[in-house]
Structures are given as C-alpha cells and as structure tokens.
Design a protein around this ligand. Structure first.
Ligand SMILES: Nc1nc2c(ncn2[C@@H]2O[C@H](COP(=O)(O)OP(=O)(O)O)[C@@H](O)[C@H]2O)c(=O)[nH]1
Ligand SMILES: [Mg+2]
Length: 411
C-alpha cells in the first residue's frame, strides 16, 4: 500500500476528467471544476504533492530507548541499539529511507546530551545551548522525549533543562511527546503481559502517568483510550501534548501504535504521508483517508447554496467523486476515474440522489424550505467517504446511510 506522490501531480486533470463527462464539457462544468479546485485541491496538495520527510528529534538519557523507539516506529532496524558510550555531547542526524515506500524520515538523536549535565546540574548551560543550536539547525517537527519510569520517579533534572530551553527558544520548542519506556519494569516475574491483562501493572502505569502530570503541572488531561487508561494521557498543554508508556525491547512491542497515531495528529500536513506510509500501518493510511473525508465534507459547507440547488450543476457529486478516487488511492490503488466507477458499481443509487429529488424545485422557493436538506449535504458527503473507505480498505460494501449518525457526531 504505497502512495506515489507523482500520481497526484495532475489533480486538476483528474477533476476535469471526473466532472466533464457529467456535463459534456459545458460552461457548468467549468464552474464546478473551479469550485472544486478552490475548495479541494489545496489540502491534498499540502498532504501529498508537497510531502516531505518528517523531522523527529529524540531526547533522553543514553539507554532510555531512543533508538529502540525510532526502530519500532519505523518497523525496521535502522539505528544502533545497545549501550552507547556517551562520549561527546554531539547529536547524530540521519535519514532513514524506505525505498519501497516513497518515504524518508529525518531523525536527530541527541544522544549524550544529558550526560553533559553533571549531578549538581552545573553544566546545564552547555546543554541548553546545544539543544538550542540543534533546534535551529534541524528545525524538527516533533520532539520525542524518552524516559524510563525510574527516571521519572528520580525526578531527573532533564525536565528542568527542557523547560529552560523552551523558555530560551524564540517561539518555544516544537510540540513534544513523552515516551515512558521500559514499562515492563513493572512486571513481576511470572506476571501476565501485556498490561491490559495485568491489573497490577495497569495500576502502576496509571500512577506513573499521574506523577508525570503532576511534575509537568498539566492543567487538564484525558485518557487516550478510555477503555485502557494505561495506554497514555493526552495533555491540554501547548508544549508536552501527551505521555505514552511503551515497551520497546523486543517484538511484540507494546503501545507503539499509540505513539504513531499521536504523531500523525501533531505532524504538519506535509510531513504526514511519509511518516504514515513508511510504517506499513494500514490504520495510519485510513486516518489520512478519514482526514480527507472530513475536509471534503467541510468543503461542501462552503459551496454557495445557489450552486447546490441548481439542478444543472451537480456540484456535490463532483466533490464526492473526487473523494472516492482519493480514498481508493490512499488504500494503494492507482488514482483514476475508474475507482469512482468501480465504487458506484457497488451501489444501487447514484451519488447524491438528494439532488435528483430536488431537481424540479426552484432556487427562490426553496431557500428556506430546504434548510434541513442543505445541512444534510456535508453529512452525506462524509457518509460517502466512509463507505468508500470501507470498500477500498476492507473490501466491504456498506450502505452510505449507515454512516449518517457518525457524520452527525464528527462534523
Ligand atoms: N527492558 C526493556 N529494555 C528496553 C526497552 N526498550 C529498550 N530497551 C533496551 O535498552 C537498551 C538501550 O536502548 P536504546 O534504544 O539503545 O537506548 P538509547 O540509548 O536511548 O538509544 C537496549 O539494550 C534495549 O534493548 C524496554 O521497553 N524494556
Ligand atoms: Mg541510541
């Protein structure tokens, strides 16, 4: 399942191809195409055509698991794991390439950074300066701060150092996530694993999360996963956006997907694609597809109502066709009009039959009358996107109407 950004270079062409046949290339087609371009293309261009490598910067003491985290996220062995001698305070910058995935990641490993902080904290100025200059040079999207439960409990002054840098850097640090690694240290010999199957371990993890919140003075937070609070906490904070416990020593890792999904929510749009598809994680590609669905449904809200109720201009079906084609491509299919035909073949009804029902009502007489129907349109577009997602990712044909309740909640 790989997206090749080249196939998205001609999105204008795709729109024209999708929309023209419905109108025979008339003036209306031009109107629809130009609206679609304005409302739809920018978003995809940002995500795909302008896609670039995500830039991740790992911080943490030697041995905490920075390399292990990068390897686990990348789903391959790309960095040295083991006891790294913290010789200098130098950082290592490298690219991880995923040749078969059209993706590259830029990683900076700040190994040794905190080793320059002596027990009395005296040399912290150097560390702050080093971190600052690193951030200037590499300009990372996200900081991954890896700490062990032991380090949290010992109240290492790393947190204070990072805070100093945050205060010292113009505009503050990039968003950062705290990874509480080596969570298996809470496992007693012979105990059940993973934590979901061991209430005692779960309990200790949630206590650790509470301690982190306390140390960071987080004003408000939520469980990332309501059913399993031990999967981590999402913070209502500008700087540290979450704390996620992990086990990264060997497969099966624990809770790496939570980290990956969080990163997807915080990476800039243009860094998302390469981050997601390098990992062979279908869920991440689906997340991208879902984002498109929401974006297109919201775009529908911006179409002038006059255009919507003009039966000669089935503008919504143009939007929806485009969405269907994109989602098919996110599931790994070649982006083309054929994807729309294929999807429609699985349906009994044409796209947006709402429109055909409206066709003999005139604009003037309906503006008030149709209010409910117009509010319904973004929801039905959302439902089309969801049904297309089920179809292309899971090969399942589900009626669009099944997703209307969800649309109500999401939009
Ligand atoms: N017990 C345990 N060991 C881990 C875990 N994650 C990594 N390690 C081990 O800790 C050591 C240091 O890991 P590494 O990723 O090199 O740390 P780094 O110095 O921060 O890059 C290695 O021997 C890893 O196998 C974990 O979740 N639990
Ligand atoms: Mg390392």
């Amino acid at each position: 399942m790989v997206i090749n950004p080249n196939q998205y270079e001609d999105l204008d062409g795709l729109l024209t191809e999708l929309i023209n046949p419905q109108f025979g290339g008339t003036e209306e087609a031009t109107t629809v195409i130009s609206y679609c371009e304005d409302l739809l293309i920018d978003d995809v261009t940002e995500t795909i055509v302008e896609s670039r490598a995500p830039k991740l910067y790992t911080i943490g003491r030697s041995g905490a698991g920075k390399s292990s985290l990068v390897n686990a996220l990348a789903n391959k062995q790309v960095t040295d794991i083991g006891e790294v001698e913290p010789t200098t305070a130098a950082s290592n910058a490298y690219d991880i390439t995923f040749p078969d995935r059209s993706a590259t990641w830029k990683i900076v490993d700040s190994r040794g950074l905190f080793e320059s902080v002596p027990a009395d904290g005296g040399a912290a100025v150097d560390t702050v300066e080093m971190l600052k200059s690193n951030l200037n040079v590499y300009n990372p999207d996200i900081l991954l701060h890896v700490v062990t439960p032991e380090q949290v409990r010992a109240g290492e002054d790393d947190l204070a150092v990072i805070k100093d840098v945050d205060d010292a850097v113009v505009g503050g640090l990039p968003p950062r996530v705290m990874c509480l690694n080596k969570i298996d240290t809470y496992l007693s010999p012979g105990g059940d694993w993973p934590p979901e199957q061991n209430p005692a371990v779960e309990q200790r993890i949630t206590e650790l999360l509470a301690l982190v919140e306390d140390i960071l003075s987080i004003p408000e937070s939520n469980d990332i996963d309501e059913i399993t609070p031990a999967r981590g906490r999402l913070f209502d904070s500008e700087d540290v956006f979450a704390a996620v416990p992990t086990y990264l020593k060997a497969r099966p890792f624990w809770n790496v997907t939570t980290v990956a999904e969080l990163l997807c929510n915080y990476l800039p749009a243009e860094a998302l694609l390469q981050f997601a598809q390098a990992q062979r994680r279908e869920r991440l590609m689906r997340q991208l597809a879902r984002k498109q669905t929401i974006a297109v449904a919201n775009a529908v809200n911006e179409i002038p109502r006059k255009l919507i109720v003009n039966p000669n201009i089935p503008i919504i079906s143009g939007f929806e066709a485009y969405l269907i084609a994109l989602i098919g491509s996110f599931a790994g299919r070649e982006l083309s009009v054929d994807l729309v035909d294929e999807y429609l073949d699985t349906r009994n009804m044409p796209l947006n039959n709402v429109l055909s029902e409206l066709s003999d009502i005139t604009v003037d007489s309906v503006t008030g009358l149709l209010k409910d129907d117009l509010d319904y349109l973004p929801k039905s577009t959302y439902a089309v996107g969801r049904a297309a997602e089920e179809y292309f990712f899971d090969d399942e044909v589900i009626a669009e109407s099944e997703f209307l309740a969800e649309a109500e909640e999401v939009l």
